[in-house]
Design a protein around this ligand. Structure first.
Ligand code: NAP
Length: 281
């Protein structure tokens, strides 16, 4: 039994608040064995939610995930995403079956529209519902939807239909704190924070993160992760292709930031004072 706190989705299923992202994984033959080990270690450590997408490496990420979950499918909460260009009724049906083939499974736990494109939202919802009736997906949701798009989407769906909105959220991008987090709580839509460690960039070298980490005997990345999951409604999906990073990330679930840590982080990374358009990568 892992020590990672669980979050209950509106469908009643519990998932760990820390999962595993897989963008840019599966592309390199040289890194293949290391990446496979990293994902499997993440499962061993309780990060059993895995996020992938048909877009990542043109299916290479899904193929890698498929390999990582061989013999362990039932342990995993598997998330993939359909491209907006495939979000029509026939497009979703085809894209989902292709994803399932690459993943070597008969079902996705959660299927997300990667971002809003030109296809009518109602058509994509219908396509998701057909997949659900066929048992190819268990639940569906969206990604990169701002509050107005969410309201439109949720308004067209059956109650409780849209489970998750996956959005950019880290200390450098706090815009969703103004409105989206509250909206998610009110509508029972969980937020899934992507790029939570700022893609391993300057965020992790920030002196305040390092100072807070030093007080807890933790790394800056662990502070960044613990910060994203301090909200009950947020699940975080760091990507780590190395075992050392995976171990560090799983251990971040045990870090509770104190009020003085949060105040110091707020002073360095100002919370939003007004509406900001949703940031995305
Ligand atoms: P991220 O998870 O913030 O950062 C990944 C980078 O940080 C990698 O270079 C990784 O290195 C490094 N890293 C991970 N853990 C670390 C640690 N403990 N210490 C130091 N460095 C660490 O960025 P992301 O990959 O953009 O976002 C996470 C996931 O969210 C993606 O993989 C994807 O599944 C999803 N995502 C979704 C969207 C969307 O539009 N829906 C957009 C972006 C991302 P190594 O790999 O070398 O270990």
């Amino acid at each position: 039994m892992s020590g990672i706190r669980q979050a209950r989705l509106s469908c009643g299923v519990e998932v760990p608040v820390l999962g595993q992202g897989t963008w840019n994984m599966g592309d390199s033959r040289a890194a293949h064995a290391t990446e496979l080990k990293a994902l499997r270690l993440g499962l061993d450590l309780g990060m059993t939610l895995i996020d992938t997408a048909e877009m990542y490496g043109d299916g290479a990420s899904e193929r890698l995930v498929g390999e990582a979950i061989v013999g362990r499918r039932d342990e995993v909460f598997l998330v993939s995403k359909v491209l907006p260009s495939n979000a029509s009724r026939p497009g979703v049906a085809r894209a989902c079956r292709d994803s399932l083939k690459r993943l070597g499974t008969d079902r996705l736990d959660l299927y997300l529209l990667h971002w809003r494109g030109g296809i009518a939202l109602g058509e994509t919802i219908d396509a998701f519902e057909i997949l659900r009736r066929e048992g190819l997906i268990l639940q569906w949701g969206v990604s990169n939807f701002d509050v107005d798009d969410m309201a439109e989407f949720v308004g067209r769906a059956r109650p409780g239909g849209c489970l998750v909105n996956q959005v950019l959220y880290n200390l450098e991008h706090r815009g969703i704190e103004h409105d989206m987090i509250q909206y998610g709580v009110e509508q029972n839509v969980r937020l899934m924070a992507y790029s939570p460690v700022g893609q391993g960039g300057p965020l992790l070298r920030h002196p305040v993160l390092n100072a807070v980490g030093a007080r807890h005997g933790c790394s800056a990345a662990q502070v960044a992760l613990a910060w994203t999951i301090r909200h009950r409604g947020v699940i975080s999906i760091p990507k780590a292709a190395t075992e050392a990073h995976v171990r560090e990330n799983a251990a971040a679930a045990a870090l509770t930031l104190a009020p003085e840590d949060l105040a110091e982080l707020d002073a360095a990374f100002t919370p939003p004072r007004r509406k900001q358009p949703l940031a995305m990568l």
